[in-house]
Design a protein around this ligand. Sequence first.
Ligand SMILES: [Zn+2]
Length: 79
Amino acid sequence: MEINNTRNSSKESMESSKHDEPIQVRAILSCPNCGYKKKFKNQFLRKDLELLTVAVKVFEFITCNKCGDLIKLDLEFNF
Ligand SMILES: [Zn+2]
């Protein structure tokens, strides 16, 4: 009979549970020209941070719907 219980995986499982904690992300869009401001709140799992990167790339092309200037994007992370 084979005993297959030699791997100690307790450290691994601890790390993976930490990876599942969501990160609070706040995106603040502001127009340096006219003062327009908008805030978005979202939360991502650590493993889903790729989605955030994609979202940020979309935000980079947003222009102000009041004056047409390019919107400034600030991100706040709450780990
Ligand atoms: Zn503007």
